[in-house]
Write a protein that binds this ligand. Structure first.
Ligand code: CA
Length: 224
């Protein structure tokens, strides 16, 4: 998934960014309020992690402007302040959740998962498609009793594809969710990952190529 981290504390931003990348997410980092507001005007994200006190524009103003443009992007505010008012304001302005700093990464992960899941319209971390059982919390994918070995990018690509089961998704959309601005990987990398996923998924999930557009995943025929 594509995540924007807006945080002016470089050490914290670095820790959060590394942590999310290790988990296979595409992550962009902005330390300045105005730049963050700018980037949110043209780039779609699956999740925004937003500090409140920022240079040039506050997290509250960034969020207010994002919502006024009609964007429902999930936003979690990161706040150093413990005041009840800040937390109430965050939710009132349109944040989906908030996390007081400093935080434990286990709680951070669980909250991010919940927001990403909700954005995809999923009630649970576990999605079952035919014989495939995909578990976001356990970070595992199984076909029957067989655990699939999926490196981060393949795991996230499968997550994107089964999040839109039976619907076509363009290569551009996949690329925007899978790679951040620093990533050199291009469209060819997507073909490579799809090829690997197809081999691993066998007949459990079919990933159709839609010529000149992208892909569509469907539950397979169920045979071995
Ligand atoms: Ca700050």
């Amino acid at each position: 998934m594509r995540i924007l981290v807006v945080e002016d504390d470089a050490d914290l931003a670095d820790a959060v960014t590394r942590h999310l990348r290790r988990d296979g997410h595409a992550v962009d980092w902005e330390h300045d309020g105005e730049s963050a507001d700018d980037i949110l005007g043209y780039q779609q994200y699956d999740l925004v992690l937003l500090d409140i006190g920022l240079p040039n524009m506050s997290g509250f103003d960034i969020l207010r402007r994002l919502r006024s443009r009609g964007h429902a992007t999930p936003v979690m505010m990161l706040t150093a302040r413990s005041e009840v008012e800040d937390r109430v304001d965050a939710l009132d302005v349109g944040a989906d959740d908030y996390l007081p700093k400093p935080f434990d990464f286990r709680e951070f992960d669980a909250r991010c998962r919940a927001l990403l899941r909700r954005a995809q319209g999923l009630a649970s971390n576990v999605t079952t498609v035919g014989r495939l059982v995909f578990d976001r919390a356990a970070r595992s994918a199984r076909i029957g009793d067989e655990e699939l070995h999926l490196p981060n990018r393949e795991f996230r690509l499968l997550e994107i594809l089964i999040g839109r089961l039976g619907k076509a998704i363009s290569k551009e959309q996949i690329s925007a969710q899978l790679f951040d601005f620093d990533d050199e990987a291009g469209m060819n990398a997507i073909e490579l990952y799809v090829g690997r996923l197809r081999r691993k998924l066998g007949s459990a999930i079919t990933i159709r190529t839609i010529r000149g557009f992208g892909y569509m995943a469907e539950a397979g025929d169920g045979s071995a």
